[in-house]
Design a protein. Structure first.
Length: 395
């Protein structure tokens, strides 16, 4: 009992009728086999089709020993005839990604001798792994050539060559193949052994866009989108550029230089702020005498600033120092001691506190009282406020 694979006869066909040969429960679902189907099973890097079969939803499809098994959410009556309808939007999307991948991988092979050693169609992107490194300029040239194949609207030919024909053919294949081999040929771009569904013409791919590339296992991992996904990606990026442009008061095409200018200005402001803060911290520290364990409540400081304040205090006394700052939803603090180990002061799981100081992430307000109590407990004669300098208070 082998299923007739209608998707190989016509990859654009979505509607069909077939006889139910078998239907058996599996967990909360059922597995149904038909005498023929348009539903493509997962395989060759291409996810399974979904759609409707009889009154049931087809959630997954897989092949075993030539039989296509449809995972359905309702049982189908063996011996009955059912009508099937493949989710066309999903199939078209998958065929756009798959056919686009063939064109690009075929050209990378022809242009640079790169083999495709991995291929995955994800929910958002297609990833392809190549056997060798490819430069950004080379990738741009291949992307251009791939889109020219799309614009030429070449026919995509799928054929089952005889063993003799196959022996004489030059084609890409990821693994040693057994049994009949299906060759997918795209003129001037690719010839590849593949069991997936493909668009009949390259024009239906729409567009092939590389989004990202990085070195990966001696080659490259390429991230791409084709067809409708490329349009959706363009829409998202256009909207983000428009938003950023409005924020920066520049046209969309000037966002990058404007962002660079803003980053430079921000760095200069941070430097100026740090210099002013350092002067303030020095003035606060000047009030600390060597016998004091200062506790400074300073509003509006960042974690990094608190750390610098604490370090400045630690230069004035060998006793423990603490800097606290209220802001947002809670309290941030930095504690330290010039030659002491302050790890036991808090249940914080931040990295081990060194002899200097450490800045914590903001704590909830409840932690403020806990820290102050810990502080009060520190040393036999240093309860707050007797032997502790409260140099600034937060309202
Ligand atoms: Zn294929």
């Amino acid at each position: 009992m082998e299923t007739t694979k209608l998707y190989y006869e016509d990859s654009l066909r979505t509607d069909f009728a077939a006889a139910v040969l078998e239907c058996r429960p599996q967990g909360e679902r059922w597995l149904a086999a038909l005498d023929a189907t348009c539903f493509y099973p997962e395989g060759g890097g291409q996810p399974a089709d979904q759609g409707i079969l009889g009154g049931a939803r087809v959630l997954d499809v897989h092949e075993k020993d030539g039989v296509i098994w449809h995972t359905v959410d309702q049982p189908l009556e063996p011996g009955s005839r059912v009508e099937g309808k493949v989710d066309w939007a999903r199939r078209l999307d998958l065929m756009q990604q798959h056919t686009g991948e063939h064109i690009l991988s075929g050209l990378l092979h022809r242009m640079y001798g790169a083999d495709n050693v991995g291929f995955h169609i994800g929910d958002e992107y297609v990833t392809m792994d190549t056997s060798i490194e490819i430069t950004p300029d080379q990738l741009a040239a291949a992307e251009q050539a791939a889109n020219e194949i799309v614009w030429r609207d070449e026919g995509v030919e799928c054929a089952w060559p005889s063993p003799q024909e196959l022996a004489a053919a030059e084609y890409r294949s990821k693994k040693a193949l057994e049994g009949p081999v299906r060759l997918v040929t795209i003129p001037d771009a690719d010839c590849c052994a593949c069991c997936g569904t493909h668009l009949p013409r390259t024009g239906m791919v729409g567009q092939i866009k590389l989004l990202d590339w990085q070195r990966y296992k001696g080659g490259m991992r390429l991230t791409a989108v084709c067809g409708g996904r490329a349009l959706a990606d363009y829409r998202i990026k256009r909207a983000q550029l428009a938003d950023a442009g409005a924020l920066l008061s520049v046209p969309m095409n000037s966002v990058a230089p404007a962002a660079h200018r803003l980053a430079e200005e921000n760095a200069a402001l941070k430097q100026a702020l740090a210099a002013a803060e350092n002067q303030w911290f020095e003035a606060l520290a000047a009030q600390v005498t060597p016998d004091q364990a200062p506790l400074v409540l300073a509003p509006g400081l960042s974690g990094e600033s608190l750390r610098r304040l604490c370090l400045t205090l630690c230069q004035r006394t060998a006793r423990p120092c603490a800097a606290l700052s209220a802001g947002g939803m809670g309290l941030a603090y930095a504690v330290g001691q010039a030659d002491g180990d302050v790890r036991g002061w808090s249940r914080s799981s931040t990295p081990p506190w060194t002899a200097g100081a450490v800045a914590s992430p903001p704590l909830p307000w409840a932690a403020c009282g806990r820290i102050l109590r810990r502080w009060a407990r520190f040393g036999p004669n240093s309860p707050i406020p007797n032997n502790t300098t409260r140099m600034d208070t937060v309202k």
